[in-house]
Design a protein around this ligand. Sequence first.
Ligand code: TTP
Ligand code: MG
Ligand code: MG
Length: 438
Amino acid sequence: MLGAVTAPAHPTDPLPRRIAHLDMDAFFASVELLRYPQLKGLPVVIGGGRRRDDDVLARLRETYPERDWSDGDLSRIPLDFFPRLASYTGRGVITTATYAARQFGVGSAMGLMKAAKLCPQAILLPVDFDEVRRISRLFKSTILEIAPVMEDRGVDEVYIDFTDVPGGQREGGRVLARLIQKSIFQATGITCSIGVAPNKLIAKMASEFNKPNGISIVWPEDLQEKIWPLPCRKVNGVGPKADQKLQGYGIHTIGELAAREPGWLIEHFGKSYGRWLHAVSWGRDDRPVVTESEPVSMSRETTFERDLHAVRDRTELGAVFTRLCEQVADDLRRKGYAGKTIGIKLRYDNFQSVTRDVTIDHFTDDAATIRRQAGLCLKRVDLSRRIRLLGVRVGKLVKPGTEDGPAAGYSENTAAKPRTAKDKSTDEHTDLLFPELD
Ligand code: TTP
Ligand code: MG
Ligand code: MG
């Protein structure tokens, strides 16, 4: 007999929501360990540029000319052949590090030179994006064979709705989580960590509780004990700036946030963000797990290191603005979309946000057109105040040349998307619970 099963009180009652967040452990580094199993358990950091094909083999042949090296021999490479952090010079940063390396205090975003002081013996490897993408697809398809309602949240993480999956309620989701973990390991050779909770917000935090190779189950009644002691930064959507401002008011933990009146939060953080802060501190989040669907829009946004002013920081702001437009255009082209609504989003230094958009008479994926139209939108907002975040969005998307998109000349009625369609944003920090700002 397995643990508490939360059977519905009445056969027709819906089952309690159980949402899982799954995140691969030390992902880019784990991918390298598949290629070089001899590095298992050793401190390995990823960073310092892209892999060049044949580079390793060429160096091997040069160093050990007496042996006949081929692709299949990578697991035979002696440890002393691998580059060490100690010999690194440059300005690169760590992309990720194995858990063995993290014990020395090194981790994502740390400068490689600084990391070299903490753990000079760590092995330094570049990232292999092709292999990362292959494994990413593989672990996601493994999940889909078991649980069909999965939301892709990037290269190494997903949300999964356990609620109605057979066995998804057993031990609060632990049984299904274990099965998924095991299946992913069998398919890829890499471990992952899973948090199962009443919603996405809590599940995302819970997947970190027992990393690596861990499972963590959170119930609604665990809010006070497991969530409230955490720093506000653990909430996906509270960035460094918001955190700093919260700290300024003496709010360090999610519990301290929950203790504030919603009115006070709205007064200090604006209506949208203030309300959202209150909701998340009480563990509330109704966002559904959205399965793959046609995006209704694509956007890019960035939060500035320091708040910028439209006139005084004109050059810097202009450059960022252009880059965002180019990135959105790239995203559109890469995914094969074009759109006709172009918009901007601004967040001021007081956290208030505004958006403006314009619909043009043709579909575009052209950076210059997007930049021009977005520039006109920018003229329609108050630019006397300092800006902390700037975003560019292209909406009303069609996929030219596909069955559900018009072949040529584009027609607007094909832009209608299913109700489950979501906005695709490539910026992690837009994974926010608060609705699109208007
Ligand atoms: P994460 O899931 O944040 O980190 P991780 O998988 O390496 O480690 P953890 O066990 O804590 O989950 O990110 C997934 C991959 O994304 C990571 O392996 C490398 C890449 N990445 C970047 O390219 N830049 C970054 O700033 C971070 C944080 C990750
Ligand atoms: Mg990860
Ligand atoms: Mg991740």
